[in-house]
Design a protein around this ligand. Structure first.
Ligand SMILES: C[S@@+](CC[C@H](N)C(=O)[O-])C[C@H]1O[C@@H](n2cnc3c(N)ncnc32)[C@H](O)[C@@H]1O
Length: 314
């Protein structure tokens, strides 16, 4: 479907299904999708989930993942974005559990990407959690990987080989360098070595009423590298449609499955806004705000002036 809005052409089909992931997956033909990207429910008692034991949760997820592997194309990839399940203060890193399931189904891990975000709740009985992971698996060893689409500018483009047969020749790639598996800095102007994608919290321009939306730029990066134009992409737990937006924006066909009608309604509104040019997406080029040492929030408040750097009274 070719859609022209605001002088921009989108060449993508999209389809949103309200319903249960597993039930709907069973109706889909084999090997339809080049990329499956999602952030599944974490079983942490969010408004859209009923918390259960980790064993039951993983058994349900394994059923779904079997179906997902079936509908992934031979050259296809799966990106599984998860954080921790926490029970009585004990942390269960979900990627460790999910890795076993995917491995059992013969998928091959290509990267365990650390998505670092500098903000969040402050823990008092353990270190504060500041990253989640994306497990990127391919179905076979002939998989889509468009590195050139996501290269970042080299830090030292003028660097040359200093010995050997290539001595004196430039050692870098004029298209930029591999952005690595730690995503810390924002940028599509990708001047920085690391990518940082701010977590979607209340002051983020993309925030909707969904309690754990992920940022469009996080998905865009995976979509650009791990699918081709006109590929079919699937988000089986689509939420408010961040993967749907990122797919349409980059001319990929996309299917989203989501059980909560209200989130699907928000997705539709976001798609309409994308088409009329009013969707607030955090620009992929916008650097993360770093407070200047002169900003009031970055200076030590008067109330703390009696403490030294170790937090003891002077
Ligand atoms: C972590 S959220 C995904 C958020 C999404 N990445 C976004 O940016 O909006 C997981 C989503 O899965 C949905 N969900 C949970 N269980 C489901 C099921 N059995 N079938 C369909 N959707 C389900 C929830 O309603 C929730 O919106």
């Amino acid at each position: 479907m070719l859609i022209k809005f605001n002088e921009k052409l989108y060449n993508a089909d999209y389809n949103l299904v309200v319903g249960d992931t597993y039930e709907n997956l069973t109706k889909i033909e084999n090997e339809k999708f080049d990329l499956i990207i999602t952030s599944p429910p974490y079983n942490v008692g969010k408004e859209y989930e009923t918390k259960t034991s980790i064993e039951n949760y993983l058994a349900d997820q394994e059923k779904v993942i079997k179906e997902l592997v079936r509908v992934t194309s031979r050259k296809g990839n799966i990106c599984w974005q998860v954080g921790n399940f926490v029970k009585k203060g004990e942390v269960f890193p979900l990627d460790i559990y999910f890795y076993q399931i995917f491995k059992k189904l013969n998928l091959q891990l290509r990267n365990r990407i650390i998505w670092y975000f500098g903000h969040g709740l402050h823990a008092s009985k353990r270190f504060s959690g500041r990253y989640e992971t994306i497990l990127w698996f391919s179905k076979t060893d002939k998989y889509i990987f468009n590195l050139d689409e996501v290269r970042i500018p080299s830090k030292y483009p003028g660097k040359r080989h200093f010995k050997g047969p290539k001595r004196g020749q430039l050692s870098g790639n004029p298209k930029g360098k591999n952005p690595s598996d730690v995503w810390e800095i924002i940028i599509r102007d990708w001047e920085k070595e690391l990518w940082e994608i701010p977590n979607v919290k209340s002051n983020h321009p993309e925030k909707t009423e969904h309690p754990c939306q992920y940022p469009v730029e996080l998905v865009e990066r995976c979509i650009l590298a791990l699918s081709d134009e006109n590929s079919w992409v699937l988000d089986p737990y689509a939420g408010v449609g961040s993967s749907i937006i990122a797919s349409i924006k980059n001319n990929r066909n996309v299917l989203g499955i989501e059980k909560e009608k209200k989130y699907v309604e928000i997705t539709k509104q976001r798609i309409n806004k994308l088409f009329d040019g009013t969707l607030k997406i955090r620009p992929i080029t916008k650097p993360i705000h770093k407070p200047s040492p002169k900003d009031k929030v970055a200076t030590i408040p008067n109330e703390w002036s009696m403490f030294n750097q170790s937090g003891n009274t002077k």
